[in-house]
Structures are given as C-alpha cells and as structure tokens.
Design a protein around this ligand. Structure first.
Ligand SMILES: [Cu+2]
Length: 184
C-alpha cells in the first residue's frame, strides 16, 4: 500500500516537473536568423504575455546601422532574396506603417545595430499572438518568419516602409529541433 502511494506521488511529481520544464507549447517560439549567405546571424525568442508577444532579438554579424525588422506572412526563408517569406504578416488587411495608420501586425520598430554588428534588444508586438486559435497567430497555416531588411522602415510607405533588400530571415518555429529550418 505504501509502495503504491509512493509510486503515485512520484508520477504526480513527474507530471508537475514536465509542466514546469515544458510550458504549454503555445506559450513560446523561436527563430534562427540566417543571412543571404546562410550564415547564422542570431536568434529571436518569442514569449506570449498578456500585453502581446515579447520578442528578444540576439543579433551578431549584422551590418551596422538602422534596419527594419518585420514579421512576414510565410514561414519560408530561401536565400538570397528571402522573397519566399512573402509580404508583411497582415491579418487585418491594413496599409503598412505605424505613422500612416495602425500598420501591419508584422510591423515593428527599426533596429539600430552598433559598429560591432551585435545587438540584444527586446520589444513587444501587441498585434500578434502565438495562440494558434487566433486569426493573428504567427502559426497560421502558412507560418511566419522574422525578416530584417538592409534599410530602415520609414513607417509609412506601402508595402514595406521602403526598407530595401531582405538581409536576414528566420522561420518562427515552436519545435526546438526545427528552429530556423525552412518550412517545407
Ligand atoms: Cu519586412
């Protein structure tokens, strides 16, 4: 009897431990960024919060200066153009640019990369969610990708803020074994 009780306690503890170590799958996501030469240029971690999705970008080997960063509508990063990532993620079917109006859900503030080429920065995007049940989910059927551009976003020009070439791309993924891989 005491052995049975003990086994039950262990299994409950194991379940709790699993829940603590691996939170609900919908709560976080990641993207591994690669440049047009397929080099690793950093990561983006996404965490669902009550205020929106908290994105933490850890970048390296990037060209210094001001660069647009957006969530694009297709989870596919094919170098060197990264055109495969499609237009900006725009479930609300609005015009681009937070100065022009509400902007796309995938619109985010410009990155200011220092001369070192490395930058750690966090931001909240309240227009997207990781929750698959919602229409503005980054896990809609086509998936999504984080894209960094060669130029800065002017925050008003359709369709992409006049931000130039796509210089880095990472598919947003929930599965740690497929982070950064191109969606098939
Ligand atoms: Cu973009």
């Amino acid at each position: 009897m005491s052995i049975l009780k003990c086994a039950r306690t262990v299994s409950v503890t194991a379940l709790l431990a699993t829940a603590l170590v691996r939170p609900a799958a919908a709560q976080s996501a990641n993207a591994l960024l690669r440049d047009t030469n397929r080099q690793d240029v950093g990561t983006v971690s996404l965490l669902q919060t009550s205020a929106g999705v908290l994105l933490k970008l850890s970048l390296k080997g990037m060209p210094p200066g001001e660069h647009a960063v957006h969530v694009h509508a297709v989870g596919k990063c094919e170098p060197p153009s990264f055109d495969s990532a499609g237009p900006h993620f725009n479930p609300g079917n609005t015009h681009h640019g937070i100065v022009a109006g509400p902007g796309h859900a995938g619109d985010m503030p410009n990155l200011h990369i220092p001369p070192s080429g490395s930058l750690e920065v966090e931001l909240v995007n309240a227009a997207i969610t990781i929750d698959m049940a919602k229409p503005n989910s980054v896990f809609h059927p086509d998936g999504t990708a984080v894209v960094i551009h060669g130029g800065k976003d002017d925050y008003m020009t359709d369709p992409a803020g006049n931000s130039g070439n796509r210089i880095a791309c990472g598919v947003i993924s929930q599965d740690p074994t497929t982070v950064g891989r191109t969606a098939q």
